[in-house]
Design a protein around this ligand. Structure first.
Ligand code: SAM
Length: 405
Protein backbone atom coordinates (compact mmCIF):
# COMPACT_ATOMS: atom_id res chain seq x y z
CA UNK A 1 0.00 0.00 0.00
CA UNK A 2 1.44 3.34 -1.02
CA UNK A 3 1.05 5.91 1.73
CA UNK A 4 0.88 9.40 0.29
CA UNK A 5 0.37 12.22 2.76
CA UNK A 6 0.61 15.83 1.62
CA UNK A 7 0.85 18.96 3.76
CA UNK A 8 -0.05 19.01 7.42
CA UNK A 9 -1.79 20.97 10.07
CA UNK A 10 -5.42 20.88 11.09
CA UNK A 11 -8.52 18.86 11.53
CA UNK A 12 -11.80 19.16 9.66
CA UNK A 13 -13.17 21.32 12.42
CA UNK A 14 -11.23 24.32 11.11
CA UNK A 15 -13.73 24.94 8.39
CA UNK A 16 -16.44 25.71 10.92
CA UNK A 17 -17.41 29.34 11.19
CA UNK A 18 -14.86 32.08 10.76
CA UNK A 19 -11.33 31.13 9.99
CA UNK A 20 -9.91 34.38 8.79
CA UNK A 21 -6.46 34.25 10.29
CA UNK A 22 -4.04 33.66 7.43
CA UNK A 23 -2.11 31.31 9.68
CA UNK A 24 -5.06 29.04 10.20
CA UNK A 25 -6.15 29.19 6.59
CA UNK A 26 -2.83 28.03 5.30
CA UNK A 27 -1.54 25.91 8.15
CA UNK A 28 1.02 28.70 8.73
CA UNK A 29 3.32 28.29 11.69
CA UNK A 30 1.55 25.12 12.77
CA UNK A 31 2.53 23.60 9.48
CA UNK A 32 6.19 24.49 9.94
CA UNK A 33 6.04 22.78 13.32
CA UNK A 34 5.00 19.43 11.95
CA UNK A 35 7.62 16.72 12.31
CA UNK A 36 9.30 15.33 9.24
CA UNK A 37 7.49 12.19 8.14
CA UNK A 38 9.36 9.12 9.31
CA UNK A 39 9.03 9.41 13.14
CA UNK A 40 7.56 6.62 15.30
CA UNK A 41 4.02 7.81 14.59
CA UNK A 42 4.38 7.69 10.82
CA UNK A 43 6.05 4.25 11.06
CA UNK A 44 2.98 2.97 12.81
CA UNK A 45 0.70 4.62 10.26
CA UNK A 46 2.25 2.37 7.66
CA UNK A 47 1.00 -0.64 9.62
CA UNK A 48 -2.60 0.53 10.13
CA UNK A 49 -4.53 0.89 6.86
CA UNK A 50 -6.52 4.12 7.09
CA UNK A 51 -9.09 3.06 4.51
CA UNK A 52 -10.29 0.30 6.82
CA UNK A 53 -11.65 3.01 9.13
CA UNK A 54 -13.99 4.51 6.53
CA UNK A 55 -15.70 1.43 5.03
CA UNK A 56 -18.92 3.41 4.57
CA UNK A 57 -17.27 6.37 2.86
CA UNK A 58 -16.50 9.91 3.91
CA UNK A 59 -17.35 13.49 2.99
CA UNK A 60 -15.00 15.86 1.14
CA UNK A 61 -15.35 19.62 0.87
CA UNK A 62 -16.79 20.87 -2.38
CA UNK A 63 -14.09 23.20 -3.79
CA UNK A 64 -15.08 26.86 -3.76
CA UNK A 65 -18.51 26.28 -2.21
CA UNK A 66 -19.66 29.18 -0.03
CA UNK A 67 -20.94 28.35 2.56
CA UNK A 68 -18.77 25.25 2.96
CA UNK A 69 -20.48 22.23 1.43
CA UNK A 70 -19.61 18.53 1.50
CA UNK A 71 -20.18 15.68 -0.91
CA UNK A 72 -19.92 11.98 -0.13
CA UNK A 73 -17.17 9.72 -1.47
CA UNK A 74 -18.48 6.15 -1.32
CA UNK A 75 -16.43 3.00 -1.99
CA UNK A 76 -19.28 1.36 -3.89
CA UNK A 77 -19.63 4.40 -6.22
CA UNK A 78 -15.94 4.87 -7.09
CA UNK A 79 -13.57 2.60 -5.21
CA UNK A 80 -10.40 4.10 -6.68
CA UNK A 81 -11.32 7.68 -5.78
CA UNK A 82 -12.39 6.57 -2.28
CA UNK A 83 -9.10 4.71 -1.72
CA UNK A 84 -6.93 7.54 -3.08
CA UNK A 85 -8.68 10.04 -0.79
CA UNK A 86 -7.85 7.91 2.24
CA UNK A 87 -4.13 8.50 1.62
CA UNK A 88 -4.03 12.27 1.35
CA UNK A 89 -3.33 14.54 4.32
CA UNK A 90 -6.96 15.46 4.70
CA UNK A 91 -9.40 14.80 7.50
CA UNK A 92 -12.00 12.30 6.33
CA UNK A 93 -15.32 13.61 7.59
CA UNK A 94 -17.53 10.69 8.55
CA UNK A 95 -20.52 12.55 10.01
CA UNK A 96 -22.06 16.02 9.68
CA UNK A 97 -24.81 17.69 11.73
CA UNK A 98 -24.45 15.16 14.57
CA UNK A 99 -26.32 12.41 12.69
CA UNK A 100 -25.82 12.45 8.92
CA UNK A 101 -23.40 9.88 7.43
CA UNK A 102 -22.08 9.80 3.84
CA UNK A 103 -24.34 7.06 2.49
CA UNK A 104 -27.40 9.16 3.38
CA UNK A 105 -26.45 12.03 1.09
CA UNK A 106 -26.84 12.35 -2.65
CA UNK A 107 -25.28 15.50 -4.07
CA UNK A 108 -24.06 18.09 -1.58
CA UNK A 109 -24.83 19.02 2.00
CA UNK A 110 -24.16 22.29 3.84
CA UNK A 111 -23.69 21.20 7.44
CA UNK A 112 -20.85 21.23 9.94
CA UNK A 113 -18.60 18.18 10.43
CA UNK A 114 -19.21 16.40 13.72
CA UNK A 115 -16.90 13.40 13.37
CA UNK A 116 -13.87 12.60 11.26
CA UNK A 117 -10.73 10.58 10.85
CA UNK A 118 -8.24 13.33 11.63
CA UNK A 119 -5.57 14.69 9.30
CA UNK A 120 -2.51 12.41 9.28
CA UNK A 121 -0.11 15.35 9.74
CA UNK A 122 -1.91 16.49 12.88
CA UNK A 123 -2.24 12.93 14.19
CA UNK A 124 1.49 12.26 13.66
CA UNK A 125 2.39 15.56 15.32
CA UNK A 126 0.27 14.80 18.39
CA UNK A 127 1.51 11.21 18.70
CA UNK A 128 5.11 12.35 18.49
CA UNK A 129 4.46 15.11 21.04
CA UNK A 130 2.92 12.49 23.36
CA UNK A 131 6.26 10.68 23.62
CA UNK A 132 4.63 7.25 23.73
CA UNK A 133 6.25 3.96 24.74
CA UNK A 134 4.93 0.44 25.26
CA UNK A 135 3.08 0.04 28.56
CA UNK A 136 2.01 3.68 29.00
CA UNK A 137 -1.69 4.04 29.82
CA UNK A 138 -3.48 6.37 27.44
CA UNK A 139 -6.92 8.00 27.48
CA UNK A 140 -8.12 9.37 24.16
CA UNK A 141 -11.05 11.79 24.09
CA UNK A 142 -13.09 11.42 20.88
CA UNK A 143 -12.74 7.95 19.35
CA UNK A 144 -14.21 8.98 15.99
CA UNK A 145 -13.72 6.10 13.58
CA UNK A 146 -11.08 4.54 15.82
CA UNK A 147 -8.01 5.14 13.64
CA UNK A 148 -5.97 6.93 16.28
CA UNK A 149 -6.96 4.32 18.89
CA UNK A 150 -5.52 1.70 16.53
CA UNK A 151 -2.29 3.68 16.19
CA UNK A 152 -2.13 4.08 19.97
CA UNK A 153 -2.71 0.33 20.38
CA UNK A 154 0.30 -0.32 18.15
CA UNK A 155 2.43 2.15 20.10
CA UNK A 156 1.58 1.32 23.74
CA UNK A 157 -0.36 -1.95 23.57
CA UNK A 158 -4.14 -2.25 23.23
CA UNK A 159 -4.67 -3.19 26.92
CA UNK A 160 -3.43 0.26 27.85
CA UNK A 161 -5.64 2.26 25.47
CA UNK A 162 -9.00 3.72 26.50
CA UNK A 163 -10.96 5.83 24.05
CA UNK A 164 -14.16 7.67 24.89
CA UNK A 165 -16.72 8.82 22.33
CA UNK A 166 -19.83 10.88 23.05
CA UNK A 167 -21.86 9.50 20.11
CA UNK A 168 -22.95 5.88 20.64
CA UNK A 169 -23.38 5.12 16.91
CA UNK A 170 -19.87 6.44 16.18
CA UNK A 171 -18.44 4.42 19.07
CA UNK A 172 -20.13 1.27 17.69
CA UNK A 173 -18.61 1.88 14.24
CA UNK A 174 -15.21 2.55 15.85
CA UNK A 175 -15.38 -0.85 17.57
CA UNK A 176 -16.28 -2.53 14.26
CA UNK A 177 -13.38 -0.80 12.48
CA UNK A 178 -10.92 -1.60 15.27
CA UNK A 179 -11.93 -5.25 15.54
CA UNK A 180 -11.78 -5.70 11.77
CA UNK A 181 -8.15 -4.54 11.86
CA UNK A 182 -7.47 -6.70 14.93
CA UNK A 183 -7.14 -3.95 17.51
CA UNK A 184 -8.97 -4.35 20.81
CA UNK A 185 -8.60 -1.19 22.94
CA UNK A 186 -11.40 -0.23 25.34
CA UNK A 187 -14.02 1.92 23.60
CA UNK A 188 -16.50 3.62 25.92
CA UNK A 189 -19.46 5.91 25.29
CA UNK A 190 -19.59 9.09 27.35
CA UNK A 191 -18.61 12.71 27.74
CA UNK A 192 -14.83 12.67 27.53
CA UNK A 193 -14.62 15.98 29.37
CA UNK A 194 -15.23 13.94 32.51
CA UNK A 195 -12.49 11.45 31.60
CA UNK A 196 -12.92 7.74 32.32
CA UNK A 197 -12.13 6.98 35.98
CA UNK A 198 -12.38 3.19 35.47
CA UNK A 199 -9.17 3.17 33.44
CA UNK A 200 -7.23 5.70 35.57
CA UNK A 201 -4.56 6.61 36.40
CA UNK A 202 -3.27 7.55 32.95
CA UNK A 203 0.18 8.47 31.71
CA UNK A 204 -1.17 10.30 28.68
CA UNK A 205 -4.41 12.05 27.77
CA UNK A 206 -4.99 13.03 24.15
CA UNK A 207 -8.05 15.13 23.46
CA UNK A 208 -8.96 14.77 19.78
CA UNK A 209 -11.90 17.15 20.02
CA UNK A 210 -11.24 20.82 20.77
CA UNK A 211 -12.06 21.89 24.32
CA UNK A 212 -12.63 25.12 26.24
CA UNK A 213 -10.33 24.11 29.07
CA UNK A 214 -8.42 21.46 30.96
CA UNK A 215 -11.04 19.67 33.04
CA UNK A 216 -10.54 18.92 36.77
CA UNK A 217 -11.50 15.28 36.15
CA UNK A 218 -8.58 14.96 33.72
CA UNK A 219 -6.14 16.29 36.30
CA UNK A 220 -7.58 13.90 38.91
CA UNK A 221 -7.17 10.89 36.61
CA UNK A 222 -3.57 11.52 35.54
CA UNK A 223 -0.35 10.25 37.09
CA UNK A 224 2.18 12.90 38.19
CA UNK A 225 4.56 13.40 35.27
CA UNK A 226 1.82 12.42 32.81
CA UNK A 227 1.28 14.44 29.64
CA UNK A 228 -1.96 16.04 28.45
CA UNK A 229 -2.31 17.15 24.83
CA UNK A 230 -5.43 19.15 24.18
CA UNK A 231 -6.59 21.60 21.57
CA UNK A 232 -7.89 24.67 23.37
CA UNK A 233 -10.60 26.57 21.53
CA UNK A 234 -12.28 29.89 22.28
CA UNK A 235 -15.58 31.48 21.26
CA UNK A 236 -13.80 34.02 19.06
CA UNK A 237 -12.57 30.88 17.25
CA UNK A 238 -8.99 30.85 18.47
CA UNK A 239 -7.33 27.46 18.58
CA UNK A 240 -4.07 26.11 19.90
CA UNK A 241 -2.67 22.73 20.80
CA UNK A 242 -1.41 22.73 24.41
CA UNK A 243 1.03 20.17 25.82
CA UNK A 244 0.99 20.07 29.63
CA UNK A 245 2.87 17.96 32.16
CA UNK A 246 1.01 17.02 35.33
CA UNK A 247 2.75 18.09 38.55
CA UNK A 248 2.83 16.29 41.93
CA UNK A 249 0.24 18.71 43.35
CA UNK A 250 -2.30 17.83 40.64
CA UNK A 251 -1.85 21.03 38.63
CA UNK A 252 -0.33 20.92 35.16
CA UNK A 253 1.89 23.21 33.15
CA UNK A 254 3.34 23.44 29.70
CA UNK A 255 2.92 25.49 26.55
CA UNK A 256 1.24 25.71 23.20
CA UNK A 257 3.04 23.52 20.69
CA UNK A 258 1.12 24.57 17.59
CA UNK A 259 -1.90 26.46 16.34
CA UNK A 260 -3.48 23.22 15.09
CA UNK A 261 -6.73 21.95 16.50
CA UNK A 262 -9.66 19.57 16.23
CA UNK A 263 -13.40 20.08 15.78
CA UNK A 264 -15.01 21.29 19.02
CA UNK A 265 -16.47 19.02 21.68
CA UNK A 266 -20.15 18.66 20.89
CA UNK A 267 -21.25 20.38 24.08
CA UNK A 268 -19.09 23.40 23.29
CA UNK A 269 -20.07 24.26 19.73
CA UNK A 270 -20.96 27.96 19.92
CA UNK A 271 -24.66 28.56 19.21
CA UNK A 272 -25.28 29.23 15.52
CA UNK A 273 -28.05 31.71 16.08
CA UNK A 274 -27.36 34.40 18.62
CA UNK A 275 -29.98 36.65 20.15
CA UNK A 276 -28.68 40.01 19.00
CA UNK A 277 -28.69 42.72 21.69
CA UNK A 278 -30.04 46.19 20.94
CA UNK A 279 -26.81 47.65 19.66
CA UNK A 280 -28.31 51.16 19.63
CA UNK A 281 -28.25 50.98 23.42
CA UNK A 282 -24.45 50.99 23.53
CA UNK A 283 -21.95 53.82 23.56
CA UNK A 284 -19.38 54.57 20.90
CA UNK A 285 -15.66 55.32 21.21
CA UNK A 286 -12.41 55.01 19.28
CA UNK A 287 -10.03 52.11 19.88
CA UNK A 288 -6.63 51.11 18.56
CA UNK A 289 -7.69 47.44 18.63
CA UNK A 290 -10.13 46.56 15.90
CA UNK A 291 -11.22 43.22 14.50
CA UNK A 292 -8.28 43.19 12.08
CA UNK A 293 -5.89 43.15 15.07
CA UNK A 294 -7.31 39.73 15.92
CA UNK A 295 -6.42 38.32 12.50
CA UNK A 296 -3.10 37.39 14.11
CA UNK A 297 -3.62 34.02 15.72
CA UNK A 298 -1.62 34.82 18.85
CA UNK A 299 -3.66 38.00 19.36
CA UNK A 300 -6.87 36.04 18.94
CA UNK A 301 -5.76 33.47 21.55
CA UNK A 302 -5.08 36.30 24.02
CA UNK A 303 -8.36 38.08 23.28
CA UNK A 304 -10.28 34.84 23.76
CA UNK A 305 -8.47 34.29 27.05
CA UNK A 306 -9.34 37.62 28.63
CA UNK A 307 -12.92 37.70 27.31
CA UNK A 308 -13.96 34.03 27.03
CA UNK A 309 -17.68 34.81 27.14
CA UNK A 310 -17.58 36.85 23.92
CA UNK A 311 -18.65 34.96 20.80
CA UNK A 312 -17.63 36.28 17.42
CA UNK A 313 -20.30 36.96 14.83
CA UNK A 314 -21.15 39.47 12.07
CA UNK A 315 -23.96 41.98 12.36
CA UNK A 316 -25.38 44.78 10.29
CA UNK A 317 -26.14 47.95 12.24
CA UNK A 318 -29.03 50.12 10.97
CA UNK A 319 -29.01 48.34 7.62
CA UNK A 320 -25.34 49.22 6.99
CA UNK A 321 -22.67 46.79 5.75
CA UNK A 322 -22.03 43.82 8.02
CA UNK A 323 -19.28 44.21 10.57
CA UNK A 324 -17.57 42.14 13.29
CA UNK A 325 -19.34 41.83 16.61
CA UNK A 326 -18.63 39.98 19.85
CA UNK A 327 -21.59 38.99 21.98
CA UNK A 328 -21.97 37.42 25.42
CA UNK A 329 -25.25 35.61 25.01
CA UNK A 330 -25.73 35.12 28.76
CA UNK A 331 -25.21 38.67 30.01
CA UNK A 332 -26.20 40.55 26.85
CA UNK A 333 -22.89 42.41 26.79
CA UNK A 334 -21.72 43.20 23.28
CA UNK A 335 -19.05 44.93 21.23
CA UNK A 336 -19.56 45.97 17.61
CA UNK A 337 -16.27 46.78 15.91
CA UNK A 338 -15.94 48.84 12.75
CA UNK A 339 -12.36 48.96 11.52
CA UNK A 340 -11.13 52.24 10.00
CA UNK A 341 -8.66 52.55 7.14
CA UNK A 342 -5.94 54.00 9.44
CA UNK A 343 -5.83 50.87 11.65
CA UNK A 344 -8.01 52.30 14.43
CA UNK A 345 -11.59 51.18 14.98
CA UNK A 346 -14.91 52.54 16.15
CA UNK A 347 -16.20 50.45 19.05
CA UNK A 348 -19.85 50.38 20.09
CA UNK A 349 -20.20 48.48 23.34
CA UNK A 350 -22.93 47.88 25.86
CA UNK A 351 -24.24 45.57 28.57
CA UNK A 352 -23.12 44.93 32.15
CA UNK A 353 -19.53 43.84 31.38
CA UNK A 354 -17.48 46.05 29.06
CA UNK A 355 -14.92 43.45 28.05
CA UNK A 356 -13.18 45.18 25.16
CA UNK A 357 -10.95 47.18 27.51
CA UNK A 358 -9.44 43.88 28.69
CA UNK A 359 -8.83 42.89 25.06
CA UNK A 360 -7.23 46.29 24.40
CA UNK A 361 -4.90 45.98 27.39
CA UNK A 362 -3.65 42.52 26.52
CA UNK A 363 -3.21 43.31 22.82
CA UNK A 364 -1.36 46.53 23.52
CA UNK A 365 1.07 44.76 25.89
CA UNK A 366 1.51 41.96 23.35
CA UNK A 367 2.31 44.53 20.64
CA UNK A 368 4.87 46.22 22.90
CA UNK A 369 6.49 42.81 23.42
CA UNK A 370 7.00 42.44 19.68
CA UNK A 371 3.93 40.29 18.94
CA UNK A 372 5.26 36.88 20.12
CA UNK A 373 3.72 33.83 18.48
CA UNK A 374 1.38 31.47 20.28
CA UNK A 375 4.20 28.96 20.77
CA UNK A 376 5.82 31.48 23.14
CA UNK A 377 2.80 31.30 25.48
CA UNK A 378 2.83 28.95 28.46
CA UNK A 379 -0.29 27.29 29.86
CA UNK A 380 -1.00 26.43 33.51
CA UNK A 381 -3.98 24.40 34.60
CA UNK A 382 -5.48 23.67 38.00
CA UNK A 383 -8.87 22.45 39.17
CA UNK A 384 -10.01 26.11 38.96
CA UNK A 385 -9.30 26.56 35.26
CA UNK A 386 -6.36 27.39 33.07
CA UNK A 387 -4.19 30.45 32.60
CA UNK A 388 -2.14 31.52 29.63
CA UNK A 389 1.30 32.55 30.82
CA UNK A 390 3.09 35.03 28.62
CA UNK A 391 6.83 35.31 28.18
CA UNK A 392 8.22 36.89 31.39
CA UNK A 393 10.19 39.54 29.57
CA UNK A 394 7.13 40.71 27.64
CA UNK A 395 5.49 42.39 30.62
CA UNK A 396 2.11 41.19 29.34
CA UNK A 397 -0.21 40.36 32.22
CA UNK A 398 -1.18 36.70 32.44
CA UNK A 399 -4.41 36.03 30.65
CA UNK A 400 -6.51 33.96 33.01
CA UNK A 401 -9.74 32.24 32.14
CA UNK A 402 -12.15 30.12 34.04
CA UNK A 403 -11.91 27.31 31.42
CA UNK A 404 -12.52 23.78 32.46
CA UNK A 405 -16.33 24.04 32.43
C1 SAM B 1 -11.88 14.72 15.14
S1 SAM B 1 -12.92 13.43 15.63
C2 SAM B 1 -11.87 12.23 16.37
C3 SAM B 1 -10.79 11.69 15.52
C4 SAM B 1 -10.27 10.36 15.98
N1 SAM B 1 -9.66 10.36 17.27
C5 SAM B 1 -9.36 9.73 14.93
O1 SAM B 1 -8.84 8.69 15.19
O2 SAM B 1 -9.20 10.24 13.83
C6 SAM B 1 -13.64 14.11 17.12
C7 SAM B 1 -14.57 13.14 17.82
O3 SAM B 1 -14.84 13.64 19.12
C8 SAM B 1 -16.15 13.28 19.45
N2 SAM B 1 -16.58 14.11 20.57
C9 SAM B 1 -17.07 15.36 20.54
N3 SAM B 1 -17.33 15.79 21.79
C10 SAM B 1 -17.01 14.78 22.63
C11 SAM B 1 -17.06 14.60 24.03
N4 SAM B 1 -17.49 15.56 24.84
N5 SAM B 1 -16.65 13.42 24.55
C12 SAM B 1 -16.19 12.43 23.74
N6 SAM B 1 -16.14 12.53 22.41
C13 SAM B 1 -16.53 13.69 21.86
C14 SAM B 1 -16.91 13.49 18.17
O4 SAM B 1 -18.14 12.79 18.17
C15 SAM B 1 -15.92 12.98 17.15
O5 SAM B 1 -16.15 11.63 16.85
Amino acid sequence: MLIFFRGAGHDAGRSIGRDRSPQRETGGKAQEDQPALGGPATDVMLRVPRHRFVPNGYFVQVPGAMPTAYRPVLPWDDEQAWLAGCYTDQALVTQVANTVVPREVRGEIVREPTSSVSEPGLVAFVLDQADLAPGLRVLEIGAGAGWNAALLSELVGEDHVFTIEVDASIAAQARTNLYSTEHYPTVVVGDGRKGHPDGAPYDRLLATCGVAGIYPEWLDQMKPGGIILAGLRGRMLSAGLARLTVCDDGTAQGRFVSGGNYMPARQEVPPRHLMLPDVDSGTERLSDVGASALADHAALVLADSVAPALQWTRVSVSGGPSTDAYIDQDSGSFVVVSDCADGTAVIREGGPDLMWSRVERVISAWREAGCPSVEAFGVRASRDGHTIVLPKQSGIPSAGRGGGR
